[in-house]
Design a protein around this ligand. Structure first.
Ligand SMILES: Cc1ncc(COP(=O)(O)O)c(C=O)c1O
Length: 393
């Protein structure tokens, strides 16, 4: 039977495939350590649990407005004002089934066939395929020599009359790098002066170490929100360890928010009522949780950096935010897929090949798991790579 071009051209998400592989190998009793994951191990905040349970007890879990519960939008507004000093209105917000759906709604709302969407490498694995799904053309900017960040001038040079949008993810998955305020300010200026949409994927904005600031792009805007081409995406998945609830949101002009809401209404009617209620609880009362998760990540980041520094030939750009690192392993093997497969086979450790994020020679190593796994996983990798010792299964 016929399958659409879109279905046939679409790649499977590498990270989801590796999650499945890690689960399967574990269930077969293999001593696998998963350093390729993308979600914190922490239990959800108590406030989210309490709110969800209270809602469940009403036995009334129904459709909500397509763009989300007004109560949740108000909570997002209060949170954004508290944390970022930026005040939005309910008409500027749409709640979605995870930040991923927010990004997809956005792309569907702005991209025409052949429109170009520009973003830096390394990028979140899903961006190229999401752009292709809406018949757009991904335009990828390579980072500067010996850096995991791009040069703003390189980005500007790649903007053409076909450019519809720029995507920026900072703190970045997979590198853990954070773009400077100066970079974001210039990017906002470029996009606003040329009337190109700028979507900032701010999902890891609260997971940063060392007191580094990660302001929302609106702080640099010279326009009213309703006249600005900037859209900020956020959500509860990472900062509250609530990946399974599937709640994200975007803040943007009324016009783009209306278009995205129309699209979402036709695709999924609305986000889950129960999950939205849990998100209200988290936003209202989850600040201590974020402090605790950051303290745990700071500790794990140090453990990871320490372990990576012991490798003979790894080049590490020290991660600042998220719970990922993206060291350069090319001195061991320039082909990151072959290297990651070898590490699964010989060290029983799952990592994600850098090529999936648009940068060959690197591996994404997560530190969102348990401390013991990080220590043992990296030690196994080092033994295989530096001393050719295999883990016996
Ligand atoms: C950069 C980035 N954006 C968006 C998402 C999606 O978040 P959500 O689980 O809320 O859909 C992820 C998840 O891994 C991510 O890493």
């Amino acid at each position: 039977m016929h399958l659409s071009q879109a279905a046939m051209n679409l790649g499977q998400s590498a990270t989801l495939r590796l999650n499945d592989l890690a689960r399967r190998l574990k269930s077969e009793g293999k001593p696998i350590i998963h350093l390729g994951g993308g979600e914190p191990v922490e239990e959800i905040p108590q406030a989210a649990y309490d709110a969800a349970l209270k809602k469940l007890k009403t036995r009334q879990i129904k459709y909500t407005p397509a763009g989300g519960l007004v109560e949740l939008k108000n909570e997002i507004i209060a949170y954004t004002e508290r944390k970022y000093g930026f005040k939005a209105s309910p008409k500027n917000i749409i709640v979605s089934g995870g930040a991923k759906q927010s990004i997809y709604n956005f792309l569907m709302a702005v991209v025409d066939p052949g429109s170009e969407v520009v973003f830096p490498a390394p990028y979140w694995v899903s961006y190229p395929d999401m752009v292709k799904l809406v018949y757009g053309t991904p335009v990828i900017i390579k980072p500067k020599e010996d850096s995991l960040l791009i040069d703003i001038d390189n980005l500007e040079k790649c903007i053409t009359s076909n450019t519809r949008a720029v995507l920026l993810n900072s703190p970045n998955n997979p590198s853990g790098a954070v773009y400077s305020e100066d970079f974001i300010q210039k990017l906002v200026e470029i996009c606003e002066s040329r009337n190109i949409y700028l979507l900032t994927d701010d999902i890891y904005g609260r997971l940063v170490g060392g007191g580094i600031k990660t302001p929302l792009p609106f702080s640099f805007s010279k326009k009213n929100l309703d006249d600005s081409p900037i859209v900020s995406v956020n959500g509860v998945s990472k900062m509250y360890s609530m990946t399974g609830f599937r709640i994200g949101w975007s803040i943007g002009s009324e016009a783009i928010t209306k278009a995205m809401t129309k699209i979402q209404g036709q695709i999924t009617s609305c986000p889950s009522d129960l999950s939205q209620t849990a998100a209200i609880g988290a936003l209202r009362d989850g600040e201590t949780f974020i402090e605790e998760i950051n303290a745990a990540l700071d500790k794990k980041r140090k453990i990871l950096i320490n372990a990576l520094n012991k490798f003979k030939k790894v080049k590490l750009s020290v991660p600042i935010g998220t719970f990922y690192s993206f060291p350069d392993f090319s001195a061991y093997d320039k082909d990151s897929t072959r290297l990651a497969n070898m590490l699964i086979e010989k060290a029983m450790v799952v990592t994600v090949p850098g090529v999936e994020f648009g940068l060959e020679g690197h591996l994404r190593i997560s530190y969102c798991g348990g401390e013991k796994d990080i220590i043992e996983g990296l030690e196994r990798m080092r033994k295989v790579l530096d001393s050719s010792v295999e883990v016996v299964s």
